[in-house]
Ligand binder design. Structure first.
Ligand SMILES: Nc1ncnc2c1ncn2[C@@H]1O[C@H](COP(=O)(O)OP(=O)(O)OP(=O)(O)O)[C@@H](O)[C@H]1O
Length: 635
């Protein structure tokens, strides 16, 4: 039996119905641990396997590169010879590729840079404000601009969106200047990727027709995270005729409300496409008592599908006896909670530590916990999206590549000199390099190489020679990468943890980029893909993972510790202030729901009587879950 046939044979009836669905719109409403990813990947593979003679393609989009990579790997294992017909990626990568191929219709050069770093965007904003003679240095404009872009609002006329016309006018002016500066720099930020893709297909509907013809079936995972802009993009792409769309969602896992995700998008999909609905209520991840607690918790929310079936426990083998799957501990203070949880975790066998996660609502709680685990000699790390490399070596390499692709990019030169100065303790000024390049008519990168010759030393000479060659032959960038990595191996071991982490991250990134665009891609395309991806290193084995609940979405661990289950912590202070019936409180409840449903074997919940010295009540969610509150703190 092939891998695909055996995967299909393991599906439940409801999962099979979703996998076998062929034409027309389908909405799969599924709970945590119900095999959503399994359904999507099997469905893509099956559609491709049964039509080897056809040329149509299938598109499956999700929200993180990691999830997309996992989906692509599974599909490749199922149908290796058909993999090229599957387009698996994130929303942003899909839009990026659309703009590379068709963006010239609306004046976008295909070799655009992606400004994924907040620092680049802030610099650009400041330059834009200065150059347009506006009198302000307020970076907060950026969040106003992002909000407008997320709703696909163009700068022209955006002032009308504000009640106060004076501040509306100001924001419109800055928004115009920022967009003009992005365009001059031939750059797009994350918001632009969606907004410009939308502008493209609204102006040139033929582009949407092309996508409808090429991709016969579309699938969207984690549909509940879709923002207004992303939803309107899907709708515009589909036009009036295309209906082969499968959206998979859990309305109880919307935890990006602050970022524009909302139950509204699910309701709009239902209203616009009139999909058939399939529910997958069986949870194969958590023991029955956790499933019961999750059900009791989430029914307190109103912003959810009223006909949604409660989760059913489908896990058949349990490691622990009944009554031991959930534990709730009360501590007298935050400090006691940290020590208590760290001591508990230190009793777990080292080989199991990779299966342990500590989840908290805020990063501050995790930092305290990280220290507590270090004091208890437990290896642990906070998992968090990293936008950039940390070591001067990899910062140098990535900015040298940027400069090779865009010889006039001053921001890349600043990053290159900054990294080099940190690395070799020098004080080379990028202004000097730029002035010298103007006189010599050399590229910024080759001028930089010339300017470091005075520093001397073999390592510096090697870097200068890599930079020289990269500048004159950017297409040989893969050799430059190989040569640079060899140089980095000669770095001394001291203070090398950033370097080692970056090296591990780089290897994983290159693999992921290769999987997405092949190994022969041009430098510009490589850099665009690099910008979209997070730069954190892969998880180290036998290490406890500390995560905010937001980063834990989609993950699962044998042992899950959720700390800080107190009022004003989880639920947050803002949501408590907003009130029991508020959307903020419902989002906090979903946060709690997501956190507890990560546990495969055991869920350890805890709270303290005091946080930061303030007395706090136990989280209302504990009682909603049906748990008995301890009468006294453990001592
Ligand atoms: N039919 C099934 N029989 C047994 N186990 C299953 C079945 N379907 C899924 N599982 C298992 O259940 C677990 C959860 O599946 P998956 O990760 O696809 O869940 P999910 O629906 O994407 O969850 P979440 O929304 O929490 O991310 C996995 O370990 C998977 O192998």
């Amino acid at each position: 039996m092939s891998e695909l046939s055996s995967a299909i044979s393991e599906l439940t009836e409801a999962q099979t119905a979703a996998v076998n669905w062929v034409d027309g719109p389908l909405f799969v409403l599924a709970g945590p641990g119900s095999g959503k990813t399994r359904v999507l990947t099997t469905r893509v593979a099956k559609l491709l396997a049964k039509s080897p003679e056809k040329s149509f393609r299938v598109m499956a989009l999700t929200f993180t590169n990691k999830a997309a990579d996992e989906m692509a790997t599974r599909i490749e294992a199922f149908v290796p010879e058909q993999q090229h017909r599957a387009k698996v990626g994130t929303f942003h990568s899909f839009c990026m590729q659309m703009l590379q191929q068709h963006g010239s219709h609306i004046g976008i050069n295909p070799d655009f840079a992606i400004y994924s770093l907040q620092s680049d965007r802030v610099d650009l904003l400041r330059d834009a404000i200065r150059e347009s003679g506006l009198n302000s240095d307020d970076d907060r404009f950026l969040s106003a601009i992002d909000k407008l872009k997320a709703r696909l609002i163009q700068p022209e006329g955006s002032a009308k969106r504000f009640r106060d016309s004076a501040s509306g006018e100001r924001i419109e002016q800055v928004f115009r200047a920022y967009e003009a500066a992005l365009s001059r720099a031939n750059a797009l930020d994350f918001g632009s990727l969606i907004a410009q893709a939308y502008r493209l297909i609204s102006t040139y509907p033929g582009v949407a027709v092309h996508y409808r013809r090429t991709y016969a079936y579309w699938m969207f995972d984690e549909f509940q995270d879709t923002t207004d802009g992303q939803y309107r993009l899907i709708k515009a792409l589909a036009g009036d005729s295309f209906r082969n769309i499968v959206a998979v969602a859990d309305d109880d896992q919307i935890i990006y409300q602050w970022n524009g995700a909302s139950f509204q998008q699910i309701q709009r999909f239902r209203a616009d496409f009139q999909p058939t609905e399939i529910q997958l209520p069986t949870n194969y991840r958590c023991p029955p008592s956790i499933v019961a607690a999750a059900n009791q918790l989430v029914v307190n929310n109103t912003q959810r599908t009223m006909s949604k079936k409660p989760l059913e426990a489908g896990k058949t083998t349990l490691l622990y006896p009944d009554g031991q799957h959930i534990r709730l501990t009360r501590y007298s203070s935050e400090e006691e909670e940290t020590i208590g949880v760290a001591t508990e975790i230190s009793k777990i066998e080292t080989s199991q530590l990779g299966e342990v996660s500590v989840l908290a609502r805020t990063r501050a709680l995790l930092e305290r916990m990280l220290k507590g685990l270090a004091d208890a000699d437990v290896p642990a790390a906070i998992a968090q999206r990293r936008d950039n490399f940390r070591s001067p070596q990899f910062l140098w390499l990535s900015s040298a590549l940027r400069l090779a692709a865009r010889p006039l990019d001053r921001r890349a030169l600043d990053a290159l000199t900054g990294a080099f100065n940190r690395w070799f303790d020098t004080a080379i000024l990028s202004d000097d390099v730029a002035s010298a390049a103007e006189i010599s008519s050399r590229s910024l990168l080759s001028e930089w190489a010339a300017s470091v010759s005075s520093v001397g030393g073999e390592r510096v000479e090697a870097l200068a020679s890599i930079a020289m060659r990269l500048s004159s032959h950017p297409s040989t960038f893969r050799d430059a990468i190989t040569n640079s990595l060899e140089q980095f191996l000669q770095e001394s071991a001291e203070d090398s943890s950033d370097l080692e982490e970056d090296r591990a991250a780089w290897t994983a990134l290159v693999r992921s980029i290769g999987q997405s665009i092949g190994r022969d891609a041009q430098l510009e395309q490589f850099l665009q893909e690099l910008a979209l991806r997070s730069k954190e290193p892969p998880v180290v084995p036998n290490t406890v993972t500390l995560m905010t609940i937001h980063s834990a979405k989609g993950k699962e661990f044998d042992h899950v510790y959720v700390i800080g289950l107190a009022e004003d912590v989880l639920p947050s202070f803002q949501s408590v202030k907003a009130g029991e019936q508020s959307p903020e409180m419902e989002e906090e409840r979903r946060n709690c729901f997501v956190a507890i449903t990560r546990a495969r074997e055991r869920l350890c919940l805890s709270y303290a009587d005091r946080y930061r010295g303030w007395a706090k009540k136990p989280s209302r969610f504990l009682q909603e879950m049906g748990l008995d509150l301890p009468h006294t703190p453990v001592s």
